[in-house]
Unconditional design. Structure first.
Length: 368
């Protein structure tokens, strides 16, 4: 197992800066997900940790040792790629044995490790098979097995589920999490899929435009996004963002939202222009005579619930509604928000504003 420290890491390709002075600590034994849209710098960061790219500046520490410019084979890290990176001319057993033979391990130790990994991944019945006839999910298990059999300090995974269909991805997410809970090996996993990140991670690092925007556990990322980008990127549908009509003063507990006063958590700092953020599941529909006036513009069915799109004086609001109560398009309703679930952003900087609820979260994280 290993702790990985990234210190002021930067990578540029000619005039293009792919990673901008990123710093983070990937704790020993944790499953860490680098999450963000295509081109945000997450794969470049992973490749620098692996030694497949050297940084322009900065430092990478593995268990306290500087590995910034070490060759990949000298880092004791195993990489799993999106396209499996298996040797197609070899069978399953040969693919698993190959890295161990390169290390010069005794035959008995190679056999023991291969049997152990095959048992963990439930691929014992495939050991005598060729790769050509294997399904995508089985090929990915073999790719994982080839990484695991080395018993490295850390696993690096670059969108390993990206080529699988939805059903296989869901199965492999569950299997990867079970595998991590069993091995307890530090794992860094790259994806642009928030569902994968939420299902797998102990810790999520959200990136965009080469920068780290937030690093937190999944609940912290979802409930207290550090900025407007994270609020929009995480959640389906994303967080509702509504602009306030008046400057936000320190200590305020109600705000003017489209001509209606709405309760919010006490804000600790002020802002000339602010945005109110609330998740769709924390929006309540009620009688038209109370709350923020709204009209149901559209309703979508998602099996377990409805998503209602509501036109309000403050802008469009989306609300999650239980399966048994379908709002009707054209209905006039009043909406209220769970005040303890509301967050506030500065409209100019788009950064999260400190409040009673965010302070409680930070306190719980520091004692967790």
């Amino acid at each position: 197992m290993a702790e990985i420290q990234i210190r002021e890491l930067r990578k540029s390709f000619s005039d293009f800066v792919a990673v901008k002075r990123s710093s983070m600590v990937l704790q020993d034994g944790k499953f860490v997900v680098l999450l963000g849209p295509s081109g945000c710098g997450k794969t470049t960061t992973l490749r620098m940790i692996a030694g497949l790219e050297y940084p322009t500046s900065g430092q990478i520490m593995l268990d306290g040792a500087d590995v910034t410019y070490l060759r990949p084979r000298d880092r004791d890290i195993a990489m799993v790629f999106q396209l499996f990176a298996l040797y197609p001319h070899m069978g399953v057993r040969d693919n698993l044995e190959f890295p161990l033979r390169n290390e010069g391990l005794p035959r008995a130790e190679i056999d023991r490790r291969v049997r152990e990994v095959a048992d963990i991944l439930r691929i014992e019945h495939l050991l005598g098979s060729r790769l050509g006839g294997l399904a995508g999910g089985d090929r990915q298990r073999v790719a994982l097995g080839r990484a695991i059999v080395r018993q490295p300090k850390a696993f690096l995974m670059d969108e390993p589920l990206g080529t699988l269909d939805a059903e296989f991805r869901e199965i492999m997410c569950l299997e990867l999490r079970k595998l991590h809970d069993r091995l307890k090996t530090t794992t860094v996993f790259v994806t642009h899929d928030q569902n994968e990140a939420m299902a797998l991670a102990d810790h999520i690092v959200v990136m965009n435009n080469g920068q780290i925007l937030q690093a937190d556990d999944p609940q912290g990322i979802y409930d207290f996004p550090s900025c407007v980008f994270v609020a929009k990127f995480i959640g389906r549908p994303p967080m509702n963002l509504l602009e306030l009509r008046q400057p936000l003063s320190a200590g305020v507990s109600t705000v003017d939202l489209g001509g209606t006063w709405v309760e919010v958590p006490c804000t600790l700092v002020g802002s000339d222009r602010a945005l109110l953020g609330v998740r769709p599941e924390h929006v309540r529909l009620g009688d038209a005579a109370s709350g923020l006036p709204a009209q149901v513009a559209r309703v979508e069915y998602f099996g377990s619930h409805w998503i209602a799109e509501l036109d309000t004086p403050a802008g469009v609001v989306k609300a999650l509604v239980g399966k048994t109560t379908k709002p009707q398009e054209g209905d006039r309703v009043g909406i209220t928000f769970d005040a303890q679930r509301v967050v506030m952003f500065d409209a100019a900087s788009e950064q999260l504003l400190p409040s009673v609820t965010t302070s409680r979260h930070q306190a719980s994280m520091s004692h967790g």
